[in-house]
Design a protein around this ligand. Sequence first.
Ligand code: MIC
Ligand code: SF4
Length: 641
Amino acid sequence: MGRNIAQKILKEHVVHGRMVAGKEIAIRIDQTLTQDATGTMAYLQFESMGIPRVRTKLSVSYVDHNTLQSGFENADDHRYLQTAAARYGVHFSRPGNGICHQVHLERFGVPGETLLGSDSHTPTAGGLGMLGIGAGGLDVAVAMGGGAFHLVMPEIINVNLTGQLPPWVSAKDVILELLRIMTVKGGVGKIIEYGGDGVKTLSVPQRATITNMGAELGATTSVFPSDSVTRAYLRWQQRQDCWRRIQASKTATYDGRIEINLSELEPLVAQPHSPDAVCKVRDIEGLEVSQVAIGSCTNSSLADLQTAAAILKGKKVHPNVSLVMSPGSRQVFEMIARSGALADLISSGARILESACGPCIGMGQAPPTDGVSVRTFNRNFKGRSGTASGRIYLTSPEVAAATAVAGKFVDPRQLGELPVIKLPRRALIDDGMIIHPPEDGSKVRVVRGPNIKACPLNTELAETIKGEVLLKVGDNITTDHIMPAGAKILPLRSNIPAIAEYVFSGIDPGFPKRARDKEGGIVVGAVNYGQGSSREHASLAPMHLGVKAVIAKSFARIHKANLVNFGIVPLTFVKETDYGEVQQDDLLEVPGIREALAKRKDRVMVSNLTRNKTFAAAISLTPREADIVLAGGLLNYTRLH
Ligand code: MIC
Ligand code: SF4
């Protein structure tokens, strides 16, 4: 039987286990990427392993998130990252060079290779036929040290694309349609593999928009074939040497199939506060907006920005709208500057930001109170923009640009012909903002600022867990809820005791104090607990506050792995109705949890001492994961093994 693309790439990299959906496998990692908000912890963890130099084919450290330097913290982190990169053999992409995923696609991604990144949107590289997977910083640190990456073999879902996108309809609408069909939890435990006749009509940046936002499906990764379009893109980037054809065999099989006819799509929008709350733009036409933001790793390719500029050319941004634009990379920035598109954007009244994540992670540009903000980004979780009452809508650059002029939602198809944009024959290649590590970095002094504190360690798992329910939350709680980001909190990413003071701050500001007063406890979650960002701080900081276990209806993949990595026990309700029986402040006890994990049991009984009831909780951990939790996390486990 022939293999599909995901199986072909995995097969070449698997070092342990059988590729059977649901079973644990370990894969060799060719490349890693880190960004500054997760990178400092990742390199601190790498340093604690005592390995002199990275053992990957290529590792890149990007600075793109924490670029607002309102205090010394971010600047110190950048200096730490730069010196650590030189010391340990990592390429360093300087601040201003662009968003990790966009730059990686342009300059480093290789079809058929594996990429592990400490950022959930690492699957962007799937647009090139690369297998990019997001993970916590500690998993990336292990991969940098040459260790394999362990994951549960996902199911592989084929999305069959037919037809061709009509004018004004874009790649963003393809992934929004898939989010509408599958929801934000529909991709958990799955790889989304694109195929069909429609694929050849999509450019690599368009494919990358789609694979980027596959993260919002909860998917392990998403991947496109590597075909002649991929080769043309790599040639454009003067990197054709790394191209190889990767296509699914004719006889390949899949665990599921979804059909999307590109010709039938129309402009779509994700409404507040979830990327899967998708409707047609025409259904909300006329809704007034106060901000439009074009950029982020989802939609800031050259074609995206040229298109937005062409729509805005000769027009002025509506008086009630603030339009901001952040290019995805310095390559794109310089190219729109040279083509004149930047001048058109400036003349329309757009506020030009640097080439970085910016408003996407709440680094400035918070919308006004109750404001409607239309963004070409990938996440619209409540509060992520920095304004609790802000209402964030996710759209394509076409819809965003048209809306910026109108001051209200418009279906851009009414605007007549889509302006034709022309891309230059060659991309502008200048890697001058990427610092290559020296051959021998052993003499480089790694510089740590005062805000950089060591990564805390957990203790071995106790025989029994006993503690109060510190908080009970509902479905689809994101890691932005657990460990918020934004301009104020992100600078504390290298300082766990300080950042821990903000755990759950958007939902329940009293959480850290309560956790400390009660000497820790348990968190109760519902469906898809921990979706979104890969930030391991969403488990490290609760661990620091004494959280011992999270009992939920189900977990998002990366967050569950991060809980395991820091020795917090993830348990799931066997009977979902038991969720209703537990309330905040209830005193719970899980006797014999240590023995249950050691004996590989698949369930434990939890006693609710407050209500005099018991319920069953499932333990769905691989033997390796169980051992990691027993040891009190992956760092302790690695020392023992
Ligand atoms: C995000 O989009 O939420 C981030 C910020 O890029 C995160 C990483 C982080 O929290 O630093 C992600 O997607 O993993
Ligand atoms: Fe940056 Fe936003 Fe992309 Fe995360 S989703 S990497 S914050 S641009």
